[in-house]
Write a protein that binds this ligand. Structure first.
Ligand code: AG3
Length: 274
């Protein structure tokens, strides 16, 4: 009667453990290891290179917060790009916005998209929408080739190791700036203020050196390192608090107009990092 546990070693001194019923799928893709397990606590779990990407039961926090905060900051987002995010969760939230005419997913690893469709149908559901253009391609090359095209860009990446290293760099933020329209804005997932302090300081400094406005916000994500997670917005014009739009999307489970405001209230130890 052995118990099976999945452990993510988040740092030398920190781990998270989830009891699993079974492993559903495992493979080594061209870019990374990909595992899908069924957990007792959080439903199906997607793991890339040993790191928790998403689970059925808590994915709504991350996907609503990476999408609805920027999309309720821009008054009329029509063209939206997601870099990474192959599970489809951010796309699912983006296309809930009636103004969105086109949403492009630029994911480097096609296997993430395919396995998400198979094992996370509720997360991947939006990928079939006619407004969605799925591109299996390097996001850095994609932004280089699409100057001035997007109102909003989301960087839904893995940690800054492996395939995502280049997505945490000043040169990349400059390319994102150039791929945006004149009043465009972008958000990147930027790790944990408890576990990744240096990274957060560096990313904020880099984004500040490229964009006129930089704003960081927080959400609680139980399956990510420490649970406290940051997102950083770079914006050419709109301010997420002064220009906050009335809520356009109903049925959200984490996002609300009050949560939008509150997410930018940073505890002093976090404020100090940026
Ligand atoms: N992006 C992954 C965030 C990084 C999590 N890090 C970790 N577990 N060490 C999420 C992909 C969901 N669309």
């Amino acid at each position: 009667n052995a118990e099976l546990w999945f452990t993510e070693y988040q740092s030398d001194n920190l781990s998270i453990g989830l009891r699993i019923n079974k492993t559903i799928h495992s493979e080594v893709t061209e870019f990374q290891t990909l595992d899908i397990m069924e957990t007792e606590q959080y439903g199906n779990l997607l793991v890339l290179d040993g790191c928790v990407m998403t689970t059925d039961k808590d994915e709504f926090v991350y996907h609503e917060m990476i999408s609805h905060v920027p999309l309720h900051t821009h008054p009329n987002p029509k063209r939206v790009l997601v870099i990474g995010g192959g599970d489809g969760g951010a796309i699912r939230e983006i296309i809930k916005h009636p103004s969105v005419e086109k949403a492009v997913l630029a994911e480097i690893d096609g296997r993430v998209i395919e396995t998400s469709k198979e094992y996370f149908p509720q997360i991947a559901s939006g990928l079939a929408d006619p407004r969605v253009d799925v591109q299996v391609t390097d996001g850095i090359q994609y932004v280089k080739d699409h100057k001035g095209e997007f109102d909003v860009i989301l960087v839904d990446s893995t940690d800054p190791i492996g395939p995502a290293v280049g997505l945490f760099a000043r040169d990349f933020y400059q390319l994102v700036f150039e791929a945006l329209t004149d009043d465009g804005l972008f958000v990147a997932q930027t790790e944990s203020p408890f576990a990744n302090q240096k990274l957060i300081s560096q990313v904020n400094a880099d984004i500040k050196s490229v964009f006129p406005q930089t704003h960081m916000y927080l959400a609680f994500i139980p399956t990510y390192p420490t649970g406290m997670w940051s997102f950083t917005m770079g914006s050419k014009k709109y301010n997420p608090l002064q220009d906050q739009q009335p809520q356009r999307v109903t049925g959200t489970k984490y996002y609300s107009s009050d949560v939008h405001k509150g997410a930018f209230a940073l505890p002093p130890f976090v404020q100090e990092l940026i």
